[in-house]
Design a protein around this ligand. Structure first.
Ligand code: ZN
Length: 244
């Protein structure tokens, strides 16, 4: 089974469509949260997730846009974009987003969470020490997470007390070793922050027990134009072209 893993779409429909077309055929889609916030097309992005996602969780920007967490936890630009995103949501899309949990135990092998197993909404899992600590909070072999908008992974062999961080190259395939545990961040579809403006995603192949990391270029200027038309903050528009 080919499972498309997406995170942090952030209402960027142009990027999402580029990913869906580059990904080719897939049997399932897992969405790791922050489908909305920041960008210009929240309804269209939610509708594609409603159509494709077998598993979907919520993120901090989804919750803020729905008015479920305090907007003061966000900087002024993010807050403004969250308020705007929430104001645009159609009732049926709000109803789909509203009950999503921030993490789901998929099966014995996989956990999905937005931030981290110990802090599903807020933790940015970026350092090996955090990975080591977080491995104690779940029993599964592999945890997929988003939130940091950085495409990366951590692995820890059984018996080891250290985790290794790795930054995947595009098109690189990671074979999952049964005696190793992993954290995998597919990167952000709609607002990458690893100095690479291309949309990021990952494909899990359960037949080969492998994960492949991908980047795909999309028309950044089209999303920027839409954001300008919606009156979204200039800094959020600019950052897309730098991947920061
Ligand atoms: Zn995000």
């Amino acid at each position: 089974m080919r499972i498309l893993i997406l995170s942090d779409i952030h209402s960027n429909l142009v990027a999402l469509e580029a990913v869906l077309s580059a990904a080719g055929s897939f049997n399932a889609l897992w969405c790791l949260g922050d489908t909305i916030g920041y960008g210009p097309q929240p309804n269209e992005c939610v509708e594609l997730m409603r159509q494709h996602a077998q598993i979907a969780i919520t993120g901090n920007h989804d919750l803020a846009s729905l008015g479920k967490i305090d907007l003061h936890d966000f900087n002024p630009d993010a807050r403004k974009a969250n308020i705007w995103n929430g104001s645009q949501l159609k009732e049926e899309n709000r109803a789909w987003l509203d009950p999503l949990p921030p993490s789901i135990h998929v099966d014995k092998q996989f956990l999905v969470t937005h931030g981290s197993p110990r802090e599903p909404i807020w933790e940015y899992l970026l350092m090996p020490e955090q990975a080591v600590a977080n491995f104690e909070f779940f029993p599964n072999q592999v945890c997929f997470m988003g939130h940091s908008h950085v495409q990366l992974g951590f692995r820890m062999r059984s018996g080891s007390e250290h985790a290794e961080r790795f930054l995947p190259d595009t098109g690189r395939t990671l074979e999952l070793n049964s005696s190793t545990r992993y954290f995998i961040n597919p990167g952000s579809v709609g607002q990458p922050r690893d100095q690479d403006p291309r949309a990021a995603y990952a494909m899990l192949d359960t037949a080969n027990n492998s994960i492949r990391f991908h980047r795909v270029a999309y028309d950044v200027t089209a999303t920027q134009r839409q954001m300008r038309e919606c009156g979204l903050p200039v800094a959020l528009i600019r950052r897309l072209e730098y991947g920061i």
